[in-house]
Design a protein. Structure first.
Length: 122
């Protein structure tokens, strides 16, 4: 069992350098990816423009819950990105900062996959 000495506690509380890099790189990936995924999701009802009434009804019934699930995933992604930016800039928060920075674009990809799986495509 390792005990925390005052020296290790002080080292963990020191200000970390370049902590903005993971959040910045995540922002460069997450925001365009989220925008493109949102455009895809909002334009996807056009896939059923030529559908019959029964097919259109099934598509609409599956699209609305899938779209709200997708927007919830986008909100989670934004929350992860903001958390990566606003965690305190201390050495002990560096692994959490990197984790949240990685989680933001992965949440968008997962949300898009769930959206595509929930919709009853024509």
């Amino acid at each position: 069992m390792q005990t925390n000495t005052p020296a290790t506690e002080d080292a963990r509380e020191t200000r970390a350098t370049r902590t903005w890099v993971p959040a910045f790189l995540s922002t460069l990936v997450t925001l365009p990816l989220g925008f493109l995924a949102l455009v895809y999701a909002t334009l996807s009802p056009m896939a059923c423009d030529s559908c019959g009434s029964e097919e259109s009804r099934r598509f609409t019934e599956s699209f609305l819950p899938a779209f709200w699930t997708f927007t919830g995933g986008l909100a989670l992604s934004l929350a992860a990105l903001l958390t990566a930016w606003f965690l305190p800039r201390r050495v002990r928060h560096t692994p959490r900062r990197v984790g949240f920075a990685l989680a933001a674009p992965l949440t968008i990809l997962l949300s898009w996959l769930v959206f595509a799986a929930l919709v009853d495509w024509p």
